[in-house]
Write a protein that binds this ligand. Structure first.
Ligand code: NAD
Length: 696
């Protein structure tokens, strides 16, 4: 680069730095204000700005102490992840933190909003930490396939001891300010004016430095570290970043701090460029993108205070809990008293267990339950703002329920169905207000699973969709917008995956081999273990209702299992046999049945390797994703990955099936899909893969 140009770049960088970080002096205290909206991410300009501020403060004899503080509603909420795709620009956090530690003047971190990742590492480089109530603090780097790389693994154990540091860092935990105070992550929680409190803290320090790096590590009780590690690192299930984080924290006890900091940084840089970290970053951005809806910009969602839930079965009860946890009033309606009582009892049991296990205080549980009402009288639904139907999966039953809702629920309320597969347009037509109808497809257990498919019909109004998305946010769910089509996004992709796995069964792979291959890929459970767990009969009933196209390849194994009463785990047998204690066993009878059906289909058994099983299963998902895009059921390829990761146990650290497929490049992927089509036989619809590579 010519010298002149270099100067220009430097000048521009300095200008950005001054814009994002400024000094405001109050008496002898310099407030270093980080002002980089919306979340004060620790960009290169922010880092440079803080470094320049430290130099200015060092050189100014009129300044006795400094305070780092965020403008707007947060401290530094994390790093600029976009930057992680390229070599990091200087100055990097370790250099900035070293400058603060070397400064002869004390620095105070005054936290509010969020102090996460590099933001909290910066605070650990200061001489004191105070926080406003409600501040969220943590080092969640492992959730992005990294370890804290700016001293977090060395300074945190010096501040709070190795066992707690291990727990927080290896779990990527975020804690509220009250817990942060109890653990020692901050010196005090201050209500009222944060600046005034920081000024007081500066006075308290009286010019003294109090660096975390100089603190001695407090010895843990004998065996305590091993006990913590055994819990944090279950064999075979721990991701590399978590192992690396655990090792790094333990270095705090065995290496001098500067050597340990250098090692920590090297590991961080190695992990930053790993495939796993790239996949996790991709998923992070995919979720952010899925929450953006340019077509709904400026649309005002309706008010949401009281939610009705129809049906108190598995899903209805879970949805009611999700609503109560989201601070809403919930009214549950059933067809008879007995079913209603069962639903209410299951919700009460849920909260009892949460209290017994220490996850919720009895007070909070009591408040949530006080917001639950139940009735068999539909007239009680009149005032609700939104109602979610979760009755049997039967179009006639659902249409009847919606006609009834139309008659009792006030105008302006949103009418939603939790249907898994049924035609929402047909459901909407049973009301006089189809524009108020949407799908809100929760996943089981509804209070736990993060995914919520928000489904638009041909006539859903923008305000109604915006209200569905608002509900998702209220419940802490990850919402993905889909259009009305059989199975929406998730069930449709999952069905293609399962069908491909059934093809492989028919061709010679065993259920246990397929499950093992996909579990080795990272799924929590293989497809046949999942089928047994959820029961084979629901899909069986649906297949029978739909009828069959004789020209499409059809694997009869699941039907034959159902016909012999092997409905899955609940029947003690399905693709596997289950013992009294719930243990899973391979059953030779299933192998014999598969052999018989293979012979009937005129196929010869052949050997499968795990790699082929994984490849076919994932290609089938990616192919279906491209079909969904072509049909406009999904708006973006990355939305499909958000659905798979948050609703279907797809390993987050693999990014998703679309991410996996795109890594192969368009031409190789196209060749592989030809191969998959040929393996899959008649009826396989091959997609145009270009859809997957087109960005937003
Ligand atoms: P379920 O059988 O556990 O519960 C259905 C409840 O609806 C029962 O309690 C029943 O008494 C009640 N009900 C039936 N007809 C009614 C009527 N006319 N008025 C009032 N109440 C009535 O079923 P579920 O598993 O909770 O599924 C409910 C819905 O959620 C279905 O549409 C299903 O496809 C969908 N769903 C289920 C899952 C799952 O994994 N179970 C996941 C996502 C979506």
């Amino acid at each position: 680069m010519p010298l002149e140009h270099t100067h220009d770049v430097d000048r521009a960088a300095s200008h950005d730095a001054r814009r994002q970080v400024r000094i405001e002096q109050q008496g002898e205290v310099a407030f270093v204000v980080i002002d980089h909206p919306p979340v004060n991410a620790g960009s290169a300009a922010v880092r440079r700005g803080i470094l320049q501020a430290v130099e200015t403060i060092d050189a100014d004899p009129g300044i006795r102490a400094a305070v780092l503080i965020g403008a707007g509603n947060t401290f530094i909420a994390g790093s600029d992840l976009q930057e992680f795709e390229r070599p990091l620009q200087d100055p990097q956090w370790p250099e900035v933190i070293a400058a603060i530690e070397s400064s002869p003047k004390p620095f105070i971190a005054a936290l509010h909003g969020a102090a996460l990742g590099g933001g909290y590492e910066l605070a650990l480089g200061c001489d004191a930490r105070i926080a406003a109530p409600g501040t969220v603090i943590g080092l969640p780097e492992v959730t992005l396939g990294l370890i804290p790389g700016a001293g977090g693994t060395q300074r945190l154990p010096r501040l709070i001891g190795i066992p707690d540091a291990l727990r927080l860092i290896c779990n990527g935990e975020r804690v509220g300010s009250a817990q942060a105070r109890a653990l020692g992550l901050i010196d005090s929680e201050v209500s009222g004016d944060l600046r005034a409190a920081a000024q007081q803290q500066a006075q308290l320090l009286g010019g003294r430095k109090c660096r975390v790096r100089d603190l001695a590590i407090v010895d843990a009780a004998p065996g305590q570290v091993d006990t913590v590690l055994a819990k944090l690192l279950p064999p075979g299930k721990t991701r590399p970043a978590v192992h690396a984080a655990a090792q790094a924290v333990q270095m705090a006890a065995s290496l001098p701090i500067d050597a340990a900091l250098a090692r920590e940084r090297a590991v961080f840089q190695e992990l930053r460029v790993s495939e796993e970290a790239a996949a996790l970053r991709y998923q992070f951005f995919a979720e952010r993108k899925s929450a953006r809806h340019p077509q709904l910009q400026g649309v005002q969602p309706r008010d949401l205070r009281m939610v009705g839930v129809i049906g108190a079965g598995t899903m209805g009860s879970g949805i009611a809990i999700a609503g109560l946890d989201g601070g809403l009033d919930v009214l549950m309606v059933e067809r008879d008293d007995a079913a209603l009582a069962r639903g209410v009892a299951s919700i009460e049991k849920h909260y009892r267990r949460r209290v017994e296990s220490g996850k919720l205080s009895a007070d909070v549980a009591g408040q949530r339950l006080a917001n639950l009402r139940s009735s068999t009288d539909w007239a009680a639904l009149e005032p609700v703002d939104l109602v979610i139907e979760a009755v049997f999966e039967d179009i006639e039953v659902k249409r009847e329920v919606f006609a009834k809702l139309d008659a009792v629920v006030r105008s302006g309320a949103v009418l939603a169905s939790n249907t898994s597969y049924l035609d929402l347009d047909l459901i909407a037509e049973s009301t006089s207000r189809p524009e108020d109808v949407i799908g809100l497809h929760f996943f089981s257990p509804a209070q736990v699973m993060r995914l919520l498919e928000v489904v638009r019909t041909d006539r859903s109004s923008p305000e109604v969709l915006a209200t569905g998305l608002k509900l998702a946010r209220r419940l802490g769910k990850c919402a993905v917008l889909a259009c009305n089509a059989f199975g929406f996004i998730g069930n449709r992709v999952y069905a293609a995956y399962r069908r491909q796995c059934e093809f492989m069964l028919e061709e010679g792979a065993s259920p246990e081999q397929i499950d093992a291959a996909l579990e080795a890929f990272g799924f929590a459970m293989g497809p046949f273990a999942v089928a047994d767990l959820s029961g084979l009969d629901i899909a069986w009933r649906m297949r029978r209702a739909q009828g069959r196209n004789p020209s499409v390849r059809y694997v009869e194994i699941a039907d034959r299992l159902c016909e012999t009463g092997r409905l899955g785990r609940k029947a003690g047998a399905g693709y596997y046999r289950y013992d009294e204690a719930g243990g899973r066993h391979v059953d030779p009878a299933v192998g014999e049945l598969i052999d018989e059906l293979r012979a009937q289909a005129g196929l010869q058994a052949r050997q499968f390797e795990a790699e082929e099983i994984q490849r076919r299963a994932l290609l089938a998902m990616a192919n279906e994703a491209a079909l969904l895009l072509a049909e406009n059921v999904a708006a973006r390829a990355s939305d499909v990955d958000v659905v798979l990761v948050n609703g279907f146990g797809f390993p987050r650290w693999r990014g998703g099936a679309v991410f996996w497929a795109c890594q192969r490049g368009p031409s190789a992927l196209s060749t592989e899909l030809d191969w998959l089509a040929q393996r899959s036989g008649s009826g396989f619809v091959r997609a145009d893969v270009r859809m997957l590579f087109e960005g937003e």
